[in-house]
Ligand binder design. Sequence first.
Ligand SMILES: *[C@@H]1O[C@H](CO)[C@@H](O)[C@H](O)[C@H]1NC(C)=O
Length: 232
Amino acid sequence: MRLTCLLLLACCLAQAAHAVRVIKPTADELAIDHTAEKWKRPDFCGKMDCPRFTTKEHTDNWDVREYDAAKWVVTNVTGSKFEIAYTKGVSKLLKYFKGTNDKEEKMDITTPTLAEVKLSKQGGESKDKDYSFSLWLPEQFQTDTPQPTDSDVKVVDFPKTTVYVRVFGGFATEGTVMTETRSLQDMLDEDGRDYGEDVAWAAVYDPPQKLLRRHNEIHVPYAAKKSVVQDS
Ligand SMILES: *[C@@H]1O[C@H](CO)[C@@H](O)[C@H](O)[C@H]1NC(C)=O
């Protein structure tokens, strides 16, 4: 009897949790299949290879994307200004791709550069901020990965990750990254969506010499609606 109740409860909870995650496939999802054979690289990746994802939801203001688990190359930079930290971080990552690794392997650069920005809500204006910059490793180096020889650079396994995505143009600066992050969060608030508030990622797709029609994105962590789960 008790077991039956528990099973029923577990079943209800599982259904409630499941209901939260049910997301209708969209035209985009059908177009962008994440399986390797069918993967169609989005136009905004340009000529470069980029990490696989599936679009789970599409709205005028934001998308939900699920990125496959994969290895990325990561470096941390502490600095006062995003733009300066970005230049420093990217140059370390580029060196790794150009052969500063144990196999002296030269790899084609991938896109986007993912810049992790910690969003401390109170905490005032501390001078130095911790940033983390990452590039996805090309498919052929996901296994048997060349190891960085610079101790500031690490190969990290990123788990499967679901994020809200908002696109913006121009150059990603400290100002635009913060403004766009806040505006995405405001839209999610209006739409009654829950999201992770501690961190945001700026995804920068284009090299600095590209001046027009630049494509950048803000990613914030997807979170299932808490209240729905608690109601059950
Ligand atoms: C970056 O910093 C975090 C937190 O301090 C640490 O866990 C991580 O290993 C660092 N990554 C690299 C590439 O040094």
